[in-house]
Design a protein around this ligand. Structure first.
Ligand SMILES: Cc1cc2nc3c(=O)[nH]c(=O)nc-3n(C[C@H](O)[C@H](O)[C@H](O)COP(=O)(O)O)c2cc1C
Ligand code: SF4
Length: 482
């Protein structure tokens, strides 16, 4: 992962710890009511993929246990991990692309409601993504994956030569020679693995995304409702399809790219289709970026435009994240796929403890403040969720007191100590285990290994009944007395 060159080390601290009475009187533990969004407190666990679904994307016991453990902290809401809306193989990513997924997902919603004593709302993050291939070894790319065209033959001075001869010649070139012959996308496919973009409109399945996606998202949302979720979060953030439509890099010329209004069109159509099937009494919000943090990407002005559009259209909440793009991701090793949290934008999404002068805690707060202010100036009361390095009561309370956001999201701190919200509420804040922000969990996510926390995954792992990772080395949920 990229880190700021300053490499200044920061440590999360508990800050001012509230007594039980102070917690009861706090903003953080006060309820929030906004239409169907009914939260017992303003605490929120943002989506985190723990890689516990089975190979067909079904809920497993390990998925249920994971969310049950998070629910014991009784946050106002848990957004369950990015869940695929299509009925296509996507490895151990949770899926909701067919009715056969509903029964498994129902176990998750029941577990969240039961283990939180009814205090936690369960939302699911609905995701669509485009194909990302692994970085091929050079030899197999040139022998098999590269589609040889007349252009290659001509560039090599071999016009009309047969395909095998062109491949053989390409294999003799050094990198500079090869780069001169390949086009930009072919070179990228060799260097990082081929990656589809929403602008690849020559591919029919990409051209037709605006026809397909509203229905796919709507069907998925309906299944989520059938599974007992209290709402859905449309994933309009990071490196995935909907964020790519919103991106300033989206130059589609079919009315779904170019100007901000055209880039917002499909996300608005998806929202309208979802709302039409789930009705007004089911929570529908989105996670979107305050800034893409890439060269030529969308900035805060674009985000303000989108947020106003989404809020006016009737979304029940807006959750702001930042960065997390493929565009500036590090080159993967051959055989690995590019991971969108390895460049500068990735750092902005999940800042780690080695940072610059600004530090890793709350880097997304100022943009979030600007977005909320724009909403309020427009007379819109849509609740705003902030996230990014928030790890103690004092900081969370300040976010609310200063009007930066209405709800405080905390992902890694909740992973490090799933019970931390409850400990704070009960005046037991001194028992909270602080996240170290060294991103061990993220490293596991990158390899699609079961995500655990380095603070607890070796603690008591050999005790009877403890569920362990596939390699047997790590426990899968935090110990009970954590
Ligand atoms: C293991 C892991 C998996 C994540 N998966 C998702 C995801 O599925 N969807 C999403 O929007 N963000 C995902 N994130 C990002 C978090 O929701 C959050 O925005 C980010 O970690 C910054 O917040 P934090 O500092 O409170 O952790 C993930 C983060 C981690 C550490
Ligand atoms: S592994 Fe645990 S302590 Fe480290 S960053 Fe992740 S949640 Fe925090």
């Amino acid at each position: 992962m990229w880190q700021p060159p300053q490499r200044i080390a920061f440590k999360a601290t508990p800050g001012r710890i509230p007594t039980r009475e102070a917690a009861a009187a706090s903003r953080l533990f006060s309820p929030l009511r906004h239409g169907p969004l009914q939260l017992t407190s303003r605490t929120w666990v943002p989506a985190m993929v723990p890689w516990r679904a089975d190979a067909n994307g079904h809920v497993t016991d390990a998925v249920v246990d994971w969310y049950a453990r998070l629910a014991e902290g009784q946050p106002g809401a848990i957004v369950i991990e990015a869940t695929g809306i299509r009925d296509v193989p996507s490895g151990p990513l949770l899926r909701v692309g067919h009715d056969r997924y509903v029964a498994g997902l129902r176990k998750v919603t029941e577990a969240i409601h039961r283990h939180s004593d009814g205090r936690t709302r369960a939302y699911v993050q609905l995701i669509d993504f485009l194909a990302v291939k692994r970085r091929p070894p050079r030899a197999s790319f040139l022998e098999r994956f590269l589609r040889i065209t007349d252009r290659h033959g001509a560039a090599l001075g071999m016009a009309g030569a047969d395909v095998d001869a062109v491949r053989a010649r390409l294999a003799t070139l050094d990198d500079a020679g090869l780069q001169a012959v390949l086009d930009v996308r072919e070179w990228e496919a060799l260097q990082k693995g081929a990656r589809e973009r929403v602008t690849d409109v020559d591919l029919p399945h990409i051209r037709d995304l605006p026809l397909l996606l509203p229905g796919l998202f709507a069907d998925a949302a309906q299944r989520a409702r059938a599974a007992g979720f209290d709402g859905v979060e449309l994933h309009y953030a990071h490196a995935y399809t909907m964020a790519s439509f919103l991106s300033a890099t989206n130059t589609r010329a079919d009315g779904y790219g170019g100007s901000v209004a055209e880039r917002a069109r499909l996300p608005l159509e998806v929202y309208a289709a979802v709302r039409a099937v789930v009705g007004a009494d089911f929570v529908v919000g989105c996670r979107m970026l305050s800034e893409e943090c890439i060269e030529g990407g969308s900035g805060i002005d674009d985000a303000v435009f989108f947020a106003l559009k989404f809020a006016r259209a009737g979304m029940d909440f807006l959750s702001f994240s930042r960065g997390g793009k493929f565009d500036d991701a590090k080159q993967p090793k051959p055989g690995d796929a590019v991971y969108p949290y390895t460049g500068v934008s990735g750092y902005e999404c999940m800042p780690s403890y080695l940072s610059d002068e600004q530090g890793p805690f709350g880097r997304n707060l100022e943009p979030t403040r600007a977005l909320r202010e724009a909403l309020r100036d427009d007379g819109l009361a849509t609740p705003v969720v902030a996230a990014g390095g928030i790890h103690n009561f004092e900081q969370a309370e300040r976010v609310l007191a200063e009007g930066i956001a209405d709800i405080v999201g905390s992902a890694r701190q909740s992973l490090a100590d799933p019970g931390w919200w409850k400990k704070l509420r009960e005046g037991r804040g001194a028992e909270v285990r602080q996240c170290e922000y060294k991103n061990y969990c993220e490293g596991l996510d990158q390899k699609h290994k079961e995500v655990t926390c380095q603070l607890w995954d070796r603690v008591g792992r050999d005790e009877p009944g403890v569920m362990r990772s596939r390699d047997g080395k790590r426990r899968l949920v935090a110990p009970e007395d954590w």
